[in-house]
Design a protein around this ligand. Sequence first.
Ligand SMILES: C[S@@+](CC[C@H](N)C(=O)[O-])C[C@H]1O[C@@H](n2cnc3c(N)ncnc32)[C@H](O)[C@@H]1O
Length: 365
Amino acid sequence: MATEYFSSLNYTLANEDTIVEYELLPMNVDRVFSIAGSGARCLPLLAKNPKVLDIIDMSQEQIYLCELRYESMRQLSEAEWLFFMGYRGAIQKLKLEGDSRLELFEKLSLSDKTRSFWLERKNSWIGKGFILLGRWESHFQKLGKIFRDYLQCDFSSIFQAQNLQEQISIYEKEWPRVRWNSFMRILASEYVFNKFLYKGHFSGKEEHRTEQRPPYQFIIEEFDRIFRSQLVRKNYFMQILFLGEIRYEEGLPLEAHSECIQKVKKSTTKLNYHVGNLLELLPKNAYDFISLSDTISYIPDAAANEILQKLNPQTSRGSQMVIRSFMRKPKQINTENWSVLKEKEVWAHDVDGTGVYEFHIYQKH
Ligand SMILES: C[S@@+](CC[C@H](N)C(=O)[O-])C[C@H]1O[C@@H](n2cnc3c(N)ncnc32)[C@H](O)[C@@H]1O
């Protein structure tokens, strides 16, 4: 298992678009299981008010981030939270000289370990907040900077479009296709992914992946699909990658939508944090909804294939499992007693703003 790769703060926001899990989860179920990651995929699920949410990650740092994210969302006002996380640079119309993230942090009630973890690192978040701190998010920002500064690619006009037709027309006229394609051959090569992002555990390695296309071709083609099918100013992932920031608020991720924040504040869910391996926690309880992120790509084939069969025997009919995969999909999942929700999988692939995931959605029958 890729313990070494997952041992630091890898994700603070941008890797997964929560809208899929959010739409699939029914209101008021008994128990939900979710991989933590940054917390930006699992915390919006609280807006559906499950009785219990078990969040797990093998990285303690990701759990520290989840606790901070959750407690700050609950304890700060909406405007304070958006500023604290880094979604905006100030709290509206309060202090003329600007606001202090440290002051907000000091108001929070947190576990001792989470408090000291973040206090020790305060210089990294006081200035701009948390959402772009992770290794992935800084990598995306660096890529965008290279496109803009060194390749002289200005993407801003595409993001100014306010409907898809206008966007496609700008994309066809102005997209720097030759520069983009040749650069992606280097930047999205298997070597770069594996060495710089995944510390040797890239699931898209040639001997490992199930996707036929090499990573650069896959990304070029999937981004082309996104630019032709989704208004990208509504997409936080594309904004961060190409503009280096979330410039248009219609692109804010789900966790920063007012409706979601207010529902999370009101939820009565009991939240449990676990540090450990999902394979150990998963069978312990019966879950109505299981969100596995793309952890399956990193689990040995034998365990991945039996994941549905190893669930708690009390798992009810109608329970769902949502898996994402990037370049390496599960090949032979044993689906005995479970249906594959094909239509939902196609829908999820179409609405997902990152463009890089395949979805595998199962329901117990
Ligand atoms: C799988 S990663 C997300 C990967 C990302 N979407 C990508 O394409 O690389 C999300 C989180 O899962 C955690 N994780 C990975 N495998 C795990 C496992 N077997 N048990 C618990 N957490 C795991 C990682 O620490 C990470 O924070």
